[in-house]
Each structure stands twice: as structure tokens, then as C-alpha cells.
Design a protein around this ligand. Structure first.
Ligand code: ATP
Ligand code: MG
Length: 662
């Protein structure tokens, strides 16, 4: 059997870029030609957008694959590029961050103020004995100090590792240990869902369990009581008292910038290592190209947490290197009410919004009337990242948020890729709802069968990257072997085949439609094998979400005596839908038939459960492997990255009482 993925859905809607945006776009179709003619020259041109203390001798050294070196011999300081140079250019009074606290307090940080804070934090870290190459953990709420801490580390060449503020003692301790970090930067707490949520006790316990931490820097945010140890120092008594100037030294283009652990959707998180010159080149370029950022007039808002790669690349390094003005929000989207996001868009006149499908689907569930109450006319570009966006969620985003005017960029990338890889360009691409469309200029993606042969248009298979890219991961921290095995051993030279081509396998399935546009189909580990057909979870989920009664769906393959695997779906109905008793039974039958009609009888779910919630990682991604455990009545696998552990108890008990269908 040739292992390719079925292509079941089809999409005929298409939206050309708005004429005015296209006429003034930062990047035009010419970029694809330039990159196609000479990929390395194209990336060298993009690297010139930055200020280098010493120019590189060689754009790419790929002599020891898969260990890449970009801009070999070049030197630069990342913090200088993100902060100092904007002040030197006369933009010191420009707002870098409009910060909005959850309780409604706010702060404005200009580029000059950011420079002062970053310099002070760099001086304090140096006083604490942190030198280039040391690791610093950052465990903070969404406050400006999070960006300051990251930039201060970058400024002195310390490697930061940000851990999401919702993670447990275990998660923090294993990351501290893996990185052998010297310092933790944290806060007393942050505001979540209307109340202060403590962070310091988690740090205290994690530090006590590990050996390497010498100092803990504590930002006072909530004012709640904290226990104090001899390792602790208040941020306001150190950083805010430190010298306000700091001379930034350049670092080698391949100097380690950060370690970030993946979100753990599929299992144990991996410590992904990113370096300096290539990373900043690609995050800066893609932020400029994909969001069409005009630093003089745009107000940009990325709703991700700084603890995820999206927060690294598209809150800190991309936007700040481009001199953007951005919004940063501390809290949850339903505090004090479900209109909070739209109130913030209105308040700051946000023009570019970058968020995740999980949030869009939640907003769909809450109802169209909520965004309708706000003035969203400032928006001109909308972005999505993190999971496949179902065509119906895309259409909802376009209609109820973009008011049918703004282009949507669905951006595919990973912690490992460091920056956006596959996405429309808002002034160039005619988009299709649910498709990430094409690889960006300078990126060579492909969809292949199990022999690494490109599938034809209309076919599905494995998503791969055929050429190295500037912001690629350099390794898994401390584990080159796992790096090779995880990403390079499936296809090409690293698989032991006679091929000399090194092919990066992303772990995701994808298809090319009849026009060659790319559609992400979820993780290949989740693919369902039903009567000899490889069916993607994404297509069945999108078919369910296209029914007007459904807000969100997750499907898995469960062992089945007749078909090998059978499709089991977990579905969240929209807010106003009746699900009790016979109405629920009727809806289930209707949904099964709806999928069968949309995708063909092969994709008809054996069983559908109506649920109130789905298991998600803390970054909001659906964890299908846990649902598979439930569907096959096994005990649950690793749940440490789960957002809410009670969700699984509810779903499991529902599953045990559910009837099997025909
Ligand atoms: P782990 O690797 O530990 O399982 P993770 O893959 O969820 O965690 P991330 O690096 O945060 O960690 O997520 C990258 C993945 O998210 C991609 O491989 C893909 O599966 C999914 N993804 C991100 N953006 C998109 C998108 N626009 N369309 C479809 N899928 C996306
Ligand atoms: Mg992954």
C-alpha cells in the first residue's frame, strides 16, 4: 500500500487580496521570483534588514547536515536590533507596548523606556554573575517585564528558556534541570480570570528540587504574600535601581539565543534550540511580509502567551525588530466578560490581529452577537496559528471579525521552524478558507508519499521541508541523537537510504489541492486507517464544524473489528443547541449523515459524543491521543501538559455510558 492521505473535502470559495492593500503591500509576487532564482541571495538580502556589527562570510554552511550554520562569521546583538536602533533613529518616544492588565490597569512603554529597562535588567543579570552562554529561566505572567527579561538575556548573550506561567512544579523543575539554568525570573503572581494567581510558590518548590539555580528575581505584580528565601531578590530593588545604560556587545550569528520546550501535544516536550542571526532574520522578515506591518501606522496584537514560540517570534523578536507598536494583554478572553478581546481591539484601534483557531471556535460558540457590539473597523489583517483552521471557523473570522473586508493569513509553522513557513501574503495571495496556501519566498516545502516522492496536485501525504531555512532549530538541547531521530530519520539521507538529500519531516500530514494550494491535515500520528483508507482527523473535524449546530470537534481512530479503525468523534455543540434526550440522539444521527454526505460514506463516524469541553494543551491545542485512550478504553497517557484535568474524567464517564452506533 502506498501510504498517502485521502483528499476528501473540496473548497470553491476564494478571496482575492483587497486592492488597496495589494497596491501598497510590503511584499509583492516578485519576492517568490527572487527567492526562486537564488534562495541564499534572497535570505542575504533579508538579513540586511538588520544591523550587523560584523558582516557574515558565508550565508549558509550545510557541510555537516542536518546541523546548519547561517550567516557564518557574522556578529550582531539582538537587543540592539530590537530596541537601541529604533531609539537612535529618533523613534524613542514611539510606543513599543500598550500593555493591558486583566483588572483594567494599563501601562505604556516607549522604545526609550524599553531601552532603559532592558539595560537595567542586563546590568542586574551581570551583577548576579550571569555571563554569555548561561541559561536563565523565565516564568512570568504576560507583563512587559517578560519581554524585558528576554531582551536582557539576549543583550548579554545568556540563553533564555521561557516556561508558560500556567505550568506545574514538575514541568518547571524538569525544564530547569534539562537546561541547568542559573537564574529564574518570576513574579509574585499574575491576574487570571479575575483573581491573582500565584507563581512564586511553584518556583520555590521547583528551585528546591533542583541544584543549579543561584538566584531568583521576583517582579511584584499582584502584591500577594510570598515566602522568601536567601536566593530571592525583588526586581524593583535590583533592576529598577540599576544603571540605566548598558553597552551591548555583538555575538556570533550562531550564538544560542533560547531553548523552548514544545507544547507537548504528542508527548514529552523537546528542548528546541534557536540561535541568533538566522532566527532574527526570518522572524523579522516574515513579520514584515505576512502581516504587512507598517510601523508608523499599524497597531499590532498577537494574543499568544510569551511562553509559546508564537510569543517569542511574534510578540518579542519579530515585531520589536521591525519597530512595531503592539498591544500586550495579561488575561483571559472572558474577563470581565466575553467581549474583552473586542473591547481591546476597539480601545487601541488594533489593525493587525494574530490569534489561534481554538479562540476563534470559542468565540463562535459564544455567539455572533458579541463581536457585533464593538467597533472593529480598525482591523485590516487577521492571522491564525496553532492548529488547522476549519473552513467554517475561517469564514466566521472573516465575517464577524474582519467584516468581510480583511484578508486572513493562516500561518503554518512550529516551535522547531522558529518562524512562519507556509502562509498567504496578504497583498498577493487569493486565499481559500482553511488553506495555508503556499510556502513563503525562500522556503521549500513539499508533500510526499512514503518514498519521499512529491504527490501530485489533488494528493495527500507527509509535509516535509527540502531545504534548510534561517530560523530552523539547530538541535534538541543536549540531545543531538533525538534531534536526528525525530526530524531527519523518516526520509532522505538521514533514513539510511541512498539519497544524499536531507529532508526535514514536520510530523504533520498535508494535501495539495487541484490548484496546488496546501492544506494542513493534522498530525500523521493521528491519521485514521479505515478499511484501508488513510483519513485525516482535520477533514472529518472540519466537516463536523461545517454543521450549524457544531462549534468544535475532535475525532480519533479507535480499533474496530471490521474496519481496522473506526472514527469516533467528540463534538461541542454551539451555545443555543438542544442536546438532552431525544434531541441529542437526533442531532448525533444528523451529524453522522452530514459527514457522510460531505466527505463520503467512508468518513462516517461510528460514534459521536456530545461533550462540553475537549482536552487541550495549555496553548489550546486539542490532545487527540488522550481521546484515543478514552475511545479504546485504555488508561490515559502523559497528561502533564493538559490544561484542565477534570475534562478527561467527564469525557471518560460519558464514554462508558454511550451507546455504540450501527
Ligand atoms: P509537540 O511537538 O511537543 O507535540 P506541538 O507540536 O503542539 O507539541 P508546537 O511547536 O507549538 O508544539 O506546534 C506546532 C504544530 O502545530 C505543527 O506541527 C502543527 O501540527 C500545528 N500547527 C501550527 N500552525 C498550524 C496551522 N496554521 N495549520 C495547521 N496546523 C498548525
Ligand atoms: Mg510538534
Amino acid at each position: 500500500m502506498s501510504e498517502t492521505l485521502e483528499n476528501l473535502s473540496s473548497e470553491t470559495r476564494q478571496f482575492p487580496p483587497p486592492a488597496e492593500l495589494a497596491a501598497n503591500a510590503n511584499v509583492t509576487a516578485e519576492a517568490y521570483e527572487q527567492a526562486g532564482a537564488d534562495r541564499l541571495a534572497f535570505w542575504a538580502t533579508q538579513a540586511e534588514r538588520l544591523v550587523w556589527a560584523k558582516k557574515w562570510d558565508q550565508v549558509l554552511d550545510w557541510s555537516n547536515p542536518p546541523f546548519a550554520k547561517w550567516f557564518v562569521g557574522g556578529e550582531l546583538n539582538i537587543a540592539y536590533n530590537c530596541v537601541d536602533r529604533h531609539v537612535e533613529a529618533g523613534n524613542g518616544d514611539k510606543v513599543a507596548i500598550h500593555w493591558e492588565g486583566e483588572p483594567g490597569d494599563s501601562r505604556t512603554v516607549t522604545y526609550s523606556e524599553l531601552l532603559t529597562s532592558v539595560s537595567q535588567a542586563a546590568n542586574t543579570l551581570t551583577d548576579l554573575g550571569v555571563v554569555a552562554g548561561d541559561r536563565v529561566m523565565i516564568y512570568l505572567p504576560m507583563i512587559p517585564e517578560a519581554a524585558v527579561a528576554m531582551l536582557a538575556c539576549a543583550r548579554i548573550g545568556a540563553t533564555h528558556s521561557v516556561v508558560f506561567g500556567g505550568f506545574s512544579v514538575d514541568a518547571l523543575a524538569t525544564r530547569i534541570q534539562d537546561a541547568a539554568a542559573k537564574v529564574v525570573i518570576t513574579a509574585d503572581g499574575g491576574y487570571r480570570r479575575g483573581k491573582p494567581s500565584a507563581l512564586k510558590p511553584t518556583v520555590d518548590e521547583a528551585v528546591a528540587r533542583t541544584e543549579s539555580i543561584e538566584h531568583v528575581l521576583v517582579v511584584r505584580r499582584t502584591g500577594q504574600d510570598v515566602a522568601w528565601t536567601e536566593k530571592d531578590k525583588w526586581w524593583h530593588e535590583t533592576v529598577e535601581q540599576a544603571g540605566t545604560t548598558h553597552d551591548a556587545q555583538p555575538f556570533d550569528a550562531e550564538h544560542p539565543l533560547f531553548i523552548l520546550y514544545t507544547s507537548g501535544t504528542t508527548g514529552k516536550p523537546k528542548g528546541i534550540l534557536h540561535t541568533t542571526g538566522g532566527y532574527l532574520t526570518q522572524t523579522s522578515y516574515t513579520h514584515h511580509a505576512v502581516f504587512d506591518l507598517k510601523p508608523e501606522t499599524d497597531v499590532y496584537w498577537c494574543t499568544a502567551d510569551i511562553g509559546w514560540v508564537t510569543g517569542h517570534s511574534y510578540i518579542v523578536y519579530g515585531p520589536l525588530s521591525n519597530g512595531a507598536t503592539q498591544v500586550m494583554y495579561e488575561g483571559t478572553p472572558d474577563t470581565p466578560d466575553r467581549g474583552r478581546f473586542w473591547q481591546i481591539v476597539d480601545k487601541y484601534k488594533v489593525s493587525i490581529l494574530y490569534t489561534a483557531p481554538t479562540l476563534i471556535r470559542t468565540m463562535m460558540k459564544w455567539g455572533d452577537d458579541i463581536p457585533a457590539k464593538y467597533d472593529l473597523s480598525s482591523l485590516r489583517v487577521l492571522g491564525s496559528v496553532g492548529e488547522p483552521i476549519n473552513p467554517e471557523a475561517w469564514m466566521w473570522y472573516r465575517e464577524h471579525v474582519g467584516r468581510e473586508r480583511t484578508p486572513i493569513v493562516d500561518t503554518w509553522w512550529q516551535t522547531e521552524t522558529g518562524a512562519i513557513m507556509i502562509s498567504p501574503l496578504p497583498g498577493v495571495t487569493a486565499t481559500k478558507p482553511g488553506s495555508a496556501m503556499t510556502a513563503l519566498p525562500g522556503i521549500s516545502s513539499d508533500v510526499v508519499d512514503d518514498q519521499a516522492q512529491s504527490v501530485p496536485d489533488g494528493g495527500g501525504g507527509f509535509l516535509v521541508l527540502r531545504e534548510p531555512w534561517p530560523s530552523m532549530l539547530r538541535t534538541i538541547w543536549g540531545d543531538d541523537k533525538r534531534f536526528l531521530e525525530t526530524y531527519w530519520s523518516r526520509f532522505g539521507a538521514g533514513s539510511g537510504s541512498s539519497s544524499t538529500e536531507w529532508i526535514y519531516f514536520a510530523g504533520d500530514g498535508a494535501k495539495k489541492d487541484e490548484d496546488g494550494a496546501l492544506w494542513l491535515l493534522g498530525r500523521v500520528d493521528d491519521v485514521m486507517l479505515v478499511s484501508g483508507h488513510n483519513i485525516s482527523t482535520t477533514e472529518v473535524e472540519s466537516a463536523l464544524v461545517s454543521h450549524p449546530s457544531v462549534a468544535e470537534a475532535a475525532v480519533v481512530g479507535a480499533t474496530d473489528p471490521t474496519t481496522g479503525q473506526a472514527i469516533v468523534a467528540f463534538t461541542i455543540p454551539r451555545g443555543n443547541v438542544e442536546t438532552e434526550g431525544e434531541a441529542g440522539e437526533a442531532l448525533i444521527q444528523e451529524l453522522r449523515n452530514h459527514v457522510s454526505k460531505t466527505l463520503g460514506p467512508i468518513a462516517k463516524p461510528r460514534q459521536i459524543m456530545l461533550v462540553a469541553e475537549l482536552p487541550k494543551t495549555r496553548s489550546g491545542k486539542i490532545m487527540r491521543r488522550l481521546l484515543r485512550d478514552v475511545a479504546e478504553k485504555r488508561s490515559l497517557g502523559d497528561v502533564t501538559t493538559l490544561q484542565d484535568s477534570t475534562v478527561m474524567d467527564l469525557i471518560s464517564s460519558g464514554m462508558n455510558t454511550a451507546k455504540s452506533e450501527d
